[in-house]
Design a protein around this ligand. Sequence first.
Ligand code: WT7
Length: 647
Amino acid sequence: MHGEVFQPNKDFAKNARVKSMDEYRALVAEADADYEGFWAKRADEKIAWIAPYTKVLDESSAPFYKWFVDGKLNVSNQCIDRHLADKGDKTAILFEGDRGDVEKITYNELSQRVNKFANLLKNRFGVTKGDRVVLYLPMIPEAAYAMLACARIGAIHSIVFGGFSSEALRDRIEDASAKLVITADGAYRKGKPYLLKPAVDKALENDIACVEAVLVIQRNKEDVTWKEGRDYSYNELIKDESDVCDFEVMDSEDPLFLLYTSGSTGKPKGVQHSTAGYILWAQMTMEWVFDVQGDDVFWCTADIGWITGHTYIVYGPLAAGTTTLMFEGVPTYPDAGRAWKMVQDHKVTQFYTAPTAIRVLHKMGENEPEKYDLSSLKVLGTVGEPIDPPAWMWYHQVVGNGKCPIVDTWWQTETGGHMISPLPGATPIKPACATFALPGIIAEVIESDGTPKKIGETGLLCITKPWPSMIRNIWGDSERFKKAYFGDAKKDGKPVYFSGDGAVIDKDGYITITGRVDDVINVSGHRMGTAEIEAAVKEDEHVAEVAVVGRPHDIKGESIFIYIVMKEGKVNDDIKSHINQVLSSEIGNIAKADDIVAVPGLPKTRSGKIMRRILRSIAKGEEITQDISTLEDPDVVSKIKEAVKNS
Ligand code: WT7
């Protein structure tokens, strides 16, 4: 298999939007020759402008770039209204609940429900343009209605993944000073009801001044506590609202949403996305990378709490006028065939998931896909972490029956949409390789001074020209924005966007992502900052010092490995479980550690910097190759190794 290249499927390529590498190269050349012209052409073609823009790209206050300056539009119009004339009866959202309940929501119905929701936000809660609304919701259609309702009235939504704890939720509500929180009583997972509302109650325990109300959607009818005057029932109130609501005229650069994500330092940061640039690229990548057409049924298994859910469950598919499948449950319940049964039942044409899920499904049911009719599938996608060749091969051979191209899409919360990915009808694919930057995206692998890395050498993966769907700012912290993204690499003396990832380019120009080079770890596709985890562990009174690293894990990609220096005594199971409790309450269950090891000290330089690289090597069981003589106490390394061995 090594070195094998998979050519595009000829039948697929015939009808694809980009049919060959020649066509791909022509698009790249077009962007090369006239960058702004390239983007203007797409913006004119794709966006339902209410008023035209006057300038394509304004670089005068770089890195605070502005796209499609002065243009007016509304994202809910782009995703709903403009489709109604010819697609009103087409299914917009195809929902399947955990227990197998199915609901089809047409574009007409979506329009009515979003308008009612928008009216409710406006009339009942006084939400207006620019207000922040936090969504803490399960995977139910109302989550999409809520997002689009915010977009319709110009409110900025900030979705907090339902797996985050009340602590994490509170931080995000406060940072954004949200006026309203929208949640649900709970939902269903693995056949059982679970609750969300109690976490909201806890987050708001010591009243947060900004929050005026909590809107509660009923999903599982479980008993939840109710605070009169603060909590309101969506199901009751929505009945009275009209299904006509004019959309707010928004500027290209008005923020569409915030989404908090982890960085290598400090607290999670509120990534701020724009209106025009974001929706343009969400729609274009649906068309180019997934090549959705006609009656395709697109299924992205992410949660709406992550950027993948924003761009590829809600905004991208609906802007492209396609049918998006939304699933409440998990692909392994009631058994390892659930996902494949859903593909069969709904005739899914594009299936987009994370390597972690592929590894789990592979492990649980190597031949399971063969029991189902998966012949509707045209394109398979992966995202979130590097995929390993065995998982890739299984996905290709067994799930895709050898005929579906796999688009290994590299991108980030900050990039808004795909950056590096094969095009399914054009790109000869090398397994587990993100291949080439999309047309209009200038990705380079460089050193921090801009020197290009040689073939086969790992360097910093940078996007060296601004692009429409890029992050606009970190909410409330412009300095951090500049430092975090434009502080590490320069080209021709000008700061460029550095992703935090390393990558390598091969002799054929293919880009392979090697993973984060900063202190961010990726557990099952969930991004976490080691600094954030360390801050939480320090809450434990027994802990004097802590260092967190990622360790390669068969299924999760990486797992959390914690080194602690105890104030006194030894680590016992009580302390371990206490630390995991602290992590789950400060961050969420996704932050639980697989390994917690007590060590006599941490490897530090004389200036006090922890050498995480050494700790990563030890966690992996690797020989230490780096020079340890510069450490304050070089002997500590062998002691740490010993402690890990005995743990
Ligand atoms: C980080 C971004 C993009 C949506 C999901 C995650 C890693 C993402 C790939 C890929 C290798 C990947 C990177 C990136 N990543 N896609 N195809 N191959 N690594 O979004 O939480 O913002 O995380 O995920 O390390 O920086 P996110």
